[in-house]
Ligand binder design. Structure first.
Ligand SMILES: N=CN[C@@H](CCC(=O)O)C(=O)O
Length: 309
């Protein structure tokens, strides 16, 4: 990345302190954790390059919210007031041992942090990230996915995390899938979603609905057990023009602003303690890094949601 200009009145996001190096007992509002899984992806991917790319892209942005004249006060909000930390990357997160390391790292981070965003990696990371966040609350937990795909395939891959979580004990009636797209799924998996009691909000249903209203509906369903809710934000739900680095993004997907608004709305709800941003192969991004930049902005949207709690 080219050297970024320095302006003391324009602080940059990112470059957050290492979680392990904070003073003992210090707590934080949001921790990022790289989970660079890629080995079981159905499409060839270098998604393991993406956590570092997102960290670099964060520094393009200011952690500040601008005054909105629809709200009283008109004051800007500096998200630098929040306490951020970086828990580093999981070493070799693929496979049973890697998933066990991820589960442990997520649980440890959430002992000290109000919330955690996992930077994938492919969509397989949702399993260990959610299980680590839920811990003993699996029986009451909920899941919201923003994804073009059901991810209910058989086997272990980026196309199966939702099925694997159900098999681990997640109640399908507390799963909501936002953005499911035509021509990106099979009828068999649509039937599987229905059999499991999953609520599906088709991509076309989003036209004309406010993202915050859609997320509120999803959280009512996913949070009905009174347990924590994990957000799986698969960037391939977005239109291919804004997410060219996602192998399975399709033309006609969500707008970038819709994904950002959905992520912010989710994070503004205290039940959402964990999220993942997945399916980006930073090495195939457009020259302007638009997919990775969108993911970096989603990290900041998550922080904005926390600030609104
Ligand atoms: N979350 C993504 N799921 C896609 C993956 C497809 C791919 O990698 O090509 C799916 O199951 O179809």
């Amino acid at each position: 990345m080219a050297t970024l200009s320095h302006d003391p009145l324009w602080p940059r996001a990112g470059a957050w302190p290492a979680l392990a190096e904070l003073e003992p007992g210090a707590s934080v509002d949001l921790t990022i954790l790289g989970v660079p899984a890629w080995r079981t992806s159905l499409s060839p991917t270098n998604a393991h390059a993406t956590p570092a790319a997102i960290r670099a892209a964060l520094q393009r942005y200011s952690p500040a919210l601008m005054p909105d004249r629809s709200q009283a006060g008109q004051a800007p909000r500096d998200l630098g007031e929040l306490r951020f930390a970086d828990a580093g990357d999981i070493d070799e997160p693929d496979g049973p041992e890697g998933e066990a390391r991820t589960i442990a790292a997520v649980a440890t981070a959430l002992d000290r942090s109000s919330a955690l965003v996992a930077l994938g990696g492919d969509n397989s990371v949702t399993v260990a990230t959610a299980l680590g966040a839920w811990g003993d609350d699996l029986g009451r937990a909920g899941l919201v996915t923003i994804d073009a795909h059901y991810d209910l395939r058989d086997g272990v891959s980026n196309g199966s995390p939702v099925r694997r979580l159900v098999e681990a004990g997640l109640d399908g009636h507390r799963i909501v899938q936002i953005g499911i797209a035509d021509f990106a799924n099979s009828a068999a998996y649509a039937r599987r979603a229905a059999e499991l009691g999953i609520t599906v909000i088709h991509r076309d249903e989003l036209h004309g609905r406010r993202p915050a209203e859609v997320m509120a509906e999803a959280l009512e369903i996913a949070g009905a057990g009174g347990g924590p809710v994990h957000l799986d934000a698969d960037v391939d739900a977005c239109d291919r023009s804004v997410a060219p680095a996602c192998p399975a993004s399709v033309p006609g997907g969500l707008a970038a602003w819709e994904l950002r608004a959905l992520v912010r709305a989710a994070a503004s709800d205290r039940r959402v303690r964990s999220a993942d941003l997945v399916e980006i192969d930073a090495t195939t991004d457009a020259a302007d890094e638009r997919t990775v930049r969108l993911a970096a902005l989603c990290v900041l949207e998550f922080a904005a949601g926390i600030a609104a709690r």
